[in-house]
Design a protein. Structure first.
Lengths: 172, 534
């Protein structure tokens, strides 16, 4: 019993550290996929619940971040399939963004909105490859596609965001 | 591309814009508690438990039979008494008794339903019980009674769909617009075979991933209906939907598995075996379109940037560009550029661009385009950006009174005030803006609040109702008639009234009819509102 308790305690500490380290980034990724704050919070909680159950399957050579991101993307996809989610208009405007204490600069808001308005497949690729800084292989694994397809999606997304990334806004 | 610099910009933008999302300090503790709370101990099934399971299965079967009896009984009552809203109290009493008998209601739902109830008291109790049961449903009929129990139709089993079709048929209510669901016969493809065939076809025609398709939910319908694919109306065919809504891939095939048409999210159908030029209407570029040279230069950029080809690879190919309208691309409203890249006479890549030369998609030869429209803000997007600041909800349907047509005159005037300048600016930069675009139609005339000296809405409405009754041959349902007040000609303001079959414009000074029109389809109402009367 005591040994189990000790094992459980170590596991919980490791898990708590995982939550503290990654919940902020994952919440933003989930929001950017689902475009709904409440749904994003649910998705993050569900992601960590799945992660807690499956912690033993995390291999040392796996990146924690890539593993969690993969679970989060799949969780978001499951949520998007649910009947209620399909019936809600998910187009995002600047007023829909979660209220921050400091308003983002125009340049940042413009780029963020452009990312949120990308088609879903391209948006997921940008979030994983650039925002979560996964490698191409990790991005492909998390999206469940070949590296060639992941690469094509990243390049397509980049082409659409190019002007903003190079500092030429839509208004210029 | 420099990943580090781009990633830095993207992280900065998203972190700054999404910093309002709050972390949950108790998340780890709650997840651990939830995970521990749901731990289950595996048990060997005891004889007692096995008996209980059999009883539960029997109860489920009984419930299924009860459910079917309820749907059938509802349809019978509807056939006898007409629309639910018009049912007499005695019919509602019968419905409650049926629902209790079939297990759709139980004693807890119906505390007021006592044995001593009779006459009007019983009818009042039935009204109250059914009011609570159907609470929130806009329209109650057999179909919605089934939806209330089974959920949306996409969640129904094949047998439940067939049952509904049979109920409609039995009571002579099967209309052309409703599919005739059937169960596949022994010579037809099974559901599993149809799904398998659909996935093969999608992978063959589009650049899709098998694993991705496998990860999506699947629905398959076997039914006969009026269709756009040239299939006989009375011959059932398979439609397989892989994914839903904005992830929905559709494949239609004959009952023997011969593929007819396919579509991927956000685009209309590709017919099996067709080439992009088969449905193209070739035109010459106009002054506001990208030139052939610009289109080829942009297409070249797509090949290097998206397909990762080197400049040498591209230089080794020859480009030919065609400019045409095609109903599958750019919503069919705008012409597009197609640039083919060939080597030794063989097309290797195809690049699709908008009329303005903006890239839409690039694919190796042999694959159909799966992105078919330019990415840009629509007037709907612009409305959604503006509306909340003006006290509106983003979804037009959410407004009190329902859709735009039934808004108050004040709300319509407000929408005009917000959108008219936006539409004018948009139209100036979008040469192919469709005249069917609702925001364009709703801002052609100036929506206003009636002046004091205008004839009253009641008087104008009365004239309009008479005129519409004469045009259509029956009196319109008052609740379906939309009211509009235009001051486009300030010296001669006008009332307009319209519903799905007809519209009438009335001079708000004299009360005379200025213009009237019978609609052949409900879309005509938009054209009627956009009409500027000289």
């Amino acid at each position: 019993m005591d040994a189990n308790k000790g094992q459980d305690g170590g596991r919980e500490r490791a898990f708590t550290a995982l939550v503290e380290r990654y919940q902020t980034g994952l919440r933003r990724v989930c929001y950017a996929i689902l475009k709904d704050e409440e749904a994003a919070n649910d998705a993050v909680q569900e992601t960590f619940l799945k992660a807690y159950r499956a912690m033993d399957s995390l291999r040392e050579e796996d990146s924690e971040k890539a593993w969690l991101t993969r679970i989060a993307v799949n969780t978001c996809r499951d949520m998007r399939r649910s009947a209620w989610f399909r019936r809600v208009d998910r187009r995002v405007t600047i007023e829909d963004l979660p209220l921050a204490s400091d308003a983002p600069s125009e340049e940042n808001a413009e780029l963020a909105l452009a990312i949120l308005r990308l088609p879903r497949k391209l948006r997921e690729a940008v979030l994983l490859y650039y925002y979560q800084d996964l490698t191409l292989r990790e991005t492909a694994q998390a999206l469940g596609v070949s590296t060639g397809t992941a690469s094509k999606r990243i390049r397509s997304a980049h082409a659409r965001l190019r002007d903003l990334l190079e500092g030429r806004g839509f208004c210029e | 591309m420099n990943k580090r610099q781009d990633a830095e910009k993207i992280r900065r933008a998203l972190d700054a814009s999404l910093s309002g999302l709050q972390d949950d300090p108790w998340l780890a503790q709650r997840v651990v508690a939830a995970a521990k709370g749901e731990k289950k101990v595996k048990k060997k099934i005891s004889v007692g438990l096995a008996v209980a399971l059999v009883l539960a299965m029997l109860a489920a079967t009984a419930l299924a039979v009860g459910m079917m009896n309820y749907f059938s009984g509802f349809a019978k009552l509807e056939n006898e008494y007409g629309e639910y809203e018009q049912w007499p109290g005695s019919a509602k009493v019968q419905l409650v008794e049926l629902m209790l008998e079939c297990g759709m209601l139980n004693d807890e739902d119906t505390p007021q339903w006592t044995d001593d109830l009779t006459g009007e008291a019983k009818e009042a109790a039935a009204e109250e019980i059914l009011g609570a049961y159907f609470d929130g449903m806009i329209y109650v009929d057999t179909y919605n009674a089934m939806v209330r129990v089974l959920g949306p139709i996409e969640q129904w089993t094949d047998e439940q769909r067939v049952m509904y079709t049979e109920l409609l048929e039995k009571y002579g209510k099967l209309t052309d617009s409703w599919p005739v669901f059937q169960l596949p016969g022994k010579d037809d493809l099974t559901r599993e075979q149809a799904v398998e065939r659909a996935k093969e076809a999608l992978l063959n025609v589009f650049s899709l991933d098998a694993e991705y398709l496998d990860s999506l939910p699947v629905d398959a319908l076997f039914r006969a209906e009026i269709n756009e694919f040239g299939l006989p109306e009375d011959e059932p065919f398979w439609t397989v939907e892989i994914g839903y809504g904005d992830t929905g891939h559709w494949v239609h095939m004959k009952r023997n598995g011969e593929i007819v048409a396919l579509s991927v999210p956000g685009s209309s159908y590709v017919y099996w075996g067709e080439d992009i030029l088969d449905r193209a209407k070739i035109v010459e570029p106009d002054e506001h379109d990208a030139t052939r040279e610009e289109a080829i230069a942009n297409a070249r950029h797509s090949l290097t940037e998206v397909m990762n080809l080197s400049s040498d690879d591209v230089d080794a190919m020859t480009a030919t560009a065609q400019f045409f309208y095609h109903e599958r691309y750019a919503h069919g409203n705008e012409p597009i550029w197609l640039v083919n890249w060939s080597r030794d006479g063989e097309i290797l890549y195809r690049v699709l661009l908008g009329y303005d030369g903006s890239p839409i998609d690039v694919e190796p030869s042999g694959k159909q385009f799966d992105v078919t429209n330019r990415t840009e803000l629509t007037l709907g997007d612009l409305w959604r950006e503006q509306c909340e600041g003006f006290g509106f909800n983003a979804a037009l349907d959410d407004r009190a009174g329902g859709f735009y047509y039934w808004w108050s005159l004040e709300d319509k005037a407000r929408l005009y005030e917000v959108m008219a300048p936006i539409v004018a600016e948009y139209a100036a930069t979008h040469p192919y803006l469709s005249e069917n675009e609702p925001y364009w139609q709703w801002t052609r005339n100036v929506s206003s609040i009636p002046a004091n000296n205008a004839i009253s809405q009641e008087a104008a409405f009365s004239t309009a109702m008479e005129a519409m009754t004469e045009i259509v041959g029956e009196r319109p349902d008052i609740s379906q008639v939309g009211v509009f007040y235009y001051t486009t000609k300030s010296e001669r303001p006008e009332w307009r009234f319209a519903y799905r079959l007809a519209g009438v414009a009335i001079d708000a000074n004299s009360g005379d009819i200025l213009f009237q029109k019978e609609f052949s389809q409900s879309y005509d109402i938009g054209d009627f509102l956009a009409e500027i009367i000289p």
